[in-house]
Ligand binder design. Structure first.
Ligand code: 4AD
Ligand code: MG
Length: 511
């Protein structure tokens, strides 16, 4: 029977005696590299179970048909190496069979530098390069550790839930939804022509459903794909990405919410730091792959990034209003220049966010809180802080977490939990529809009116969400983290297109 590289290499590391030593072993794998000399040959073999390859020693005849990428079955004796060699053991090959040849002349990935743009065109093969393979492992470890982070939260375990991906609503109200229709369906004009009786979309965020779960389970979280039809051609935007979202019931303090986000990200980073794959990311050689220009200095700064996340001082919180004032002072006093001059009504542009985190906060994570109500979605609760010159009610109890390079990595808020206020917000955001009067004339007699609506108003596809405020509604809040952006930050990979194995973005979803 065959063994896996992980079993053999693990046994060779633990303790003095390796149980495979001097034993005949057989394994399946791929040739990572082969060095052919006159009297002998060396091959590095990998079967995907480890990052580190296994070394095999072969006779020249045994290596004749081997090249990088060949799938093989190999047998041999697992021999200890004399001290001084890089590896403790190597395989003395007795037999090798080629299972699948790989022509090195035509294989697109060669032993040389390939630009990220080139590799992105062949994502199905890019995942085979050592650094990308490591990224897949790191992502897997992150998901596993996230479960641990939420499961062992000191306030009690968060329940992991599975909200739907097909939804009726555009949670963020930004008009960036993909509409769902069966293949070949004509543009529907009547209810019966819609597969689901009315238009449905791929979700842009699970938040609204998380709120429904939180109303029963208290603290919940999920990690799901979300979809956004944004035509943003940037290293930070994908059309399909993973969002980590959490929602906490009986939460009425924005400081507690930002504290939760800070705690979770520190704890996740610390757990990853203590894993083998985490350490491999920190010391990975990246030649020929995204981020290949990583110098020792840059590797040092990646380590510093992790240390700051894990052990650095408490992350700063500034209000949006303070941020705008600081940016304006930077222009008048420090000669900072921006394409869009910072104004309170103008919102924060990427250039402003970058200046806040990279210059004003020297590259440390920073929460910007209490944005103007006018630039945020309908579900946010009003600010609790006094905003100085602003009239009360002009800002909302929300935050964006900014990190250097990726900029906005997470956003969250307290939710408007009072029914009349929520309905008023929905009115202001144009989310309330005119009520359809049945063909028979008047609305059915005796049909009770939804609380706080006028007779000609209809909550339509968001009525279920308003319902959450009718029965047992309590202050609550939550957040969403761009999982791929955060992984980019942890791995030092500057584009989410190189973090996600098969990236989808405007104009691109080819394989
Ligand atoms: O700020 P956003 O839009 O927040 C929400 O959707 C809330 N409903 C979440 C919640 O409170 N439960 O998205 C959250 C995060 C952003 O901060 C950003 O990091 C990431 O998702 N994100 C993207 N990542 C990759 N590609 C895109 N196109 C992204 N759009 C947002
Ligand atoms: Mg946001």
């Amino acid at each position: 029977s065959t063994v896996r590289c992980a079993q053999i290499l693990q046994a060779s590391k633990n303790g003095a005696v390796c149980s495979f030593e001097d034993q005949e072993i057989k394994l399946n794998g791929f040739i990572r590299s082969v060095r052919k000399q006159k009297r002998f040959a060396f091959a590095e073999i990998s079967d995907g179970s480890t990052v580190e390859p296994l070394q095999a020693f072969l006779k020249p005849a045994q290596a004749a048909d081997l090249s990088t990428g060949t799938a093989i079955e190999i047998s041999g004796i697992w021999k200890a190496c004399p001290p001084g060699k890089e590896q403790t053991h190597e395989l003395q090959t007795t037999d090798i069979k080629v299972i699948g040849a790989s022509d090195p002349e035509t294989f697109p990935i060669q032993k040389k530098y390939h630009s990220p743009e080139f590799l992105r065109q062949i994502p199905h093969l890019r995942i085979r390069t050592p650094f990308n393979s490591l990224l897949s492992r790191f992502r897997s470890e992150c998901m596993f550790q996230l479960g641990n982070v939420f499961h062992s939260h000191p306030d009690g375990a968060f329940t992991q839930v599975q909200p739907p991906l097909i939804t009726s609503s555009d949670c963020e109200g930004a008009g960036e939804t993909f509409t769902l229709a069966p293949r070949g369906a004509a543009t529907p004009s009547t209810e019966s022509e819609h597969f689901f009786r009315s238009p449905k979309y791929l979700t842009v965020s699970s938040q609204l459903h998380l709120e429904a779960y939180a109303a029963e389970l208290g603290n919940v979280w999920t990690l799901t794909p979300v979809f956004r039809a944004e035509k943003s051609d940037t290293p930070r935007h994908l059309s399909e990405f993973y969002m980590l979202e959490a929602e906490v019931n009986f939460m009425s303090d924005l400081d507690l919410l930002t504290g939760l986000v800070e705690y979770l990200l520190r704890d996740l980073t610390r757990r990853l730091y203590n894993t083998t794959v985490g350490q491999e990311i920190l010391s990975a050689k990246r030649s020929g792959e995204p981020g290949q220009e990583t110098s020792a200095e840059e590797a040092g700064s990646l380590r510093q990034r992790w240390t700051d996340l894990m052990d650095g001082p408490k992350w700063d919180r500034i209000t949006y209003t303070q941020a705008v004032e600081m940016l304006q002072r930077a222009v008048t006093e420090d000669g900072a220049t921006f394409e869009h001059s910072p104004t309170w009504d103008g919102g924060l542009q990427l250039e402003h966010e970058k200046y806040i985190v990279e210059v004003l906060h020297q590259g440390r994570p920073v929460f910007v809180t209490d944005y103007p109500k006018s630039v945020k979605p309908f579900y946010m609760a009003p600010s609790q802080v006094s905003e100085g010159s602003n009239t009360p009610g002009e800002t909302v109890a929300c935050f964006d977490l900014l990190l250097p390079e990726v900029s906005e990595v997470a956003g969250g808020s307290l939710r408007e939990h009072r029914l009349p206020n929520l309905i008023q917000n929905m009115r202001e955001h144009g989310l309330i529809r005119p009520r359809q009067i049945p063909e028979s004339g008047e609305p059915a007699l005796g049909e009770p009116l939804y609380p706080h609506l006028t007779p000609d108003e209809d909550l339509s596809h968001l009525q279920w969400y308003a319902d959450l405020r009718r029965w047992g509604s309590a202050p609550h809040g939550g957040f969403g983290l761009g999982f791929d952006r955060f992984l980019g930050y942890l791995t030092g990979v500057s584009s989410v297109r190189d973090i996600v194995s098969f990236p989808r973005y405007f104009g691109r979803a080819d394989c």
